[in-house]
Design a protein around this ligand. Structure first.
Ligand code: ADP
Length: 441
């Protein structure tokens, strides 16, 4: 028997003993009356403690624990401890729930919890963005009443959730979403949505690119095949034969140029970023660029170079040469005979810049933003006549981007163009280091 119960039994024994003594000393009636009085007092004490307990149980946190002795004291203490533990557990659970909610809300993807009837139980910010859901008002409403695209309704109704479906969102500026339902628990579902707008764009670009490459190669290939059949089927005199061979060689060179430029682009995309420590001797490179431009011009243009001394670029020489060379050769190719092409290399407030100015045909403003797209040309015929592939400026942009440099294009139709490649200060090496390099070499 434990201690509090022993004390309760002791109280009964004491009352009975006192009543017995009273009975023996003062008569049996007095004894019985004393016993009844004692029992009543004990009962009143327990009723009062029970009432206090009920009062406390109604608001355990708000009222102090009632004071008591013996078995009641122990019962109160146990209940108090039980209440504290339950409070702590509830606190822990509500904090855990809050953390899960916060994690769900922080997800960039959309998450909607649906019940068995596809009514929204909960959704996060991402879902509200993707589907235009109202986080407060929409829980409890069927999701198909709120996301109204027929393909979504069909997906939900078919209950075949093995794959995600693409969905063009009517909200958030026409996002493209990948939407999937994942059943869980008894009959609940998670509706997940992911923004795949960028992926979709890349996919469209990839498809366009493949179509463009095929088209660009097919044209010279068709011409080449036509000539080959003519040469095979007809008896041609040696002069005609030579002419045909030259035309075929020209088409083969065109295909070769396209493939070379494609390979150059793919190398730019797949190689690591150009080193910051490797010095590109810009003066030597500019001399070569000018000589190549002069060779391409064949004396039909005035080509000048104005290069500041005292600094170089850190990066990949072949990429800088390809960027500068493409800009200079474009200037020659799009400038009519008698025009001028001027190359400048100079320091700028923010680093250094290479400028190619020409007095050529110029470019209408609506084309300028698209010039660096692969295969974009203002005048397809002129580009082809001058040996263009439509990839030159795409190569320039990529090579510059890899050096954190930018390309700026200014042009006036009929007057000429100015292409400026701007390098940031961290890619510019002062000549002092070059002198030291030479000394230590
Ligand atoms: P392409 O091989 O056709 O020259 P690019 O990518 O080098 O391809 O250039 C894209 C288009 O930009 C050209 O087809 C041409 O229309 C225009 N362009 C480029 N450079 C010049 C320039 N200096 N003057 C006028 N137009 C230019």
């Amino acid at each position: 028997m434990n201690h509090p119960l022993l004390r309760a039994a002791l109280a009964l024994v004491v009352i009975t003993a006192l009543a017995l003594v009273a009975g023996l000393g003062l008569g049996a009636e007095t004894g019985w009356a004393a016993l009844a009085l004692g029992a009543l007092a004990l009962l009143a004490y327990h009723v009062a403690k029970l009432a206090a307990l009920i009062r406390w149980l109604k608001q355990p946190g708000a009222t102090p624990l009632p004071e008591a002795r013996g078995a009641w004291d122990e019962a109160f203490a146990l209940l108090y401890r039980f209440e504290r533990t339950a409070d702590r557990e509830a606190d822990r659970l509500s904090r855990a729930l809050m953390r899960w909610r916060q994690a769900g809300e922080a997800l960039p993807d959309g998450v909607v919890i649906l019940d068995a009837e596809n009514r929204i139980e909960w959704c996060n910010e991402g879902a509200s963005r993707h589907f235009g859901l109202d986080l407060r008002a929409d829980p409890g409403r069927p999701v198909t009443n709120l996301v109204r695209q027929p393909e979504f309704a069909a997906y939900i109704e078919a209950e075949d959730y093995a794959h995600a479906i693409p969905l063009r969102s009517e909200h958030g500026g026409g996002l493209v979403l990948s939407v999937q339902v994942i059943p869980y628990g008894e009959s609940q579902k998670l509706l997940l949505s992911r923004d795949i707008t960028r992926l979709e764009k890349v996919e469209i670009m990839r498809r366009d690119f493949v179509a463009n490459v095929s088209h660009e190669l097919r044209t010279p290939l068709t011409v080449l095949a036509g000539f080959l059949e003519t040469v095979r089927d007809l008896k041609l005199d040696p002069q005609r034969m030579r002419d045909y061979m030259n035309l075929m060689a020209e088409q083969a060179r065109r295909m070769q140029r396209i493939v070379d430029d494609l390979l150059a682009l793919s190398a730019l995309e797949s190689s690591p970023e150009p080193p910051l420590e490797e010095r590109v001797n810009v003066h030597g490179l500019l001399a070569r660029v000018k000589a190549d431009a002069a060779a391409l011009s064949g004396g039909r243009h005035r080509i000048t170079l104005d290069a500041m001394e005292g600094f170089d670029i850190a990066g990949a020489e072949s990429e800088i040469a390809s960027a500068f060379g493409n800009l200079a050769s474009n200037a020659v190719r799009y400038t009519p005979e008698g025009g001028t092409v001027h190359l400048t290399w100079r320091a700028s407030g923010a680093g250094a810049e290479f400028i190619v100015e020409d007095t050529g045909i110029g470019i209408e403003p609506q084309h300028i933003a698209r010039l660096t797209e692969r295969f974009y040309r203002v005048d397809r015929g002129r580009s082809r006549e001058t040996g263009g592939t439509g990839l030159g400026l795409a190569i320039v942009k990529h090579a510059l981007m890899r050096h954190q440099a930018t390309l700026d294009i200014h042009s006036e139709p009929g007057k000429g163009s100015r292409f400026t490649a701007r390098f940031p200060a961290r890619r510019v090496l002062p000549a002092a280091t070059r002198a030291q390099d030479a000394a230590t070499a």
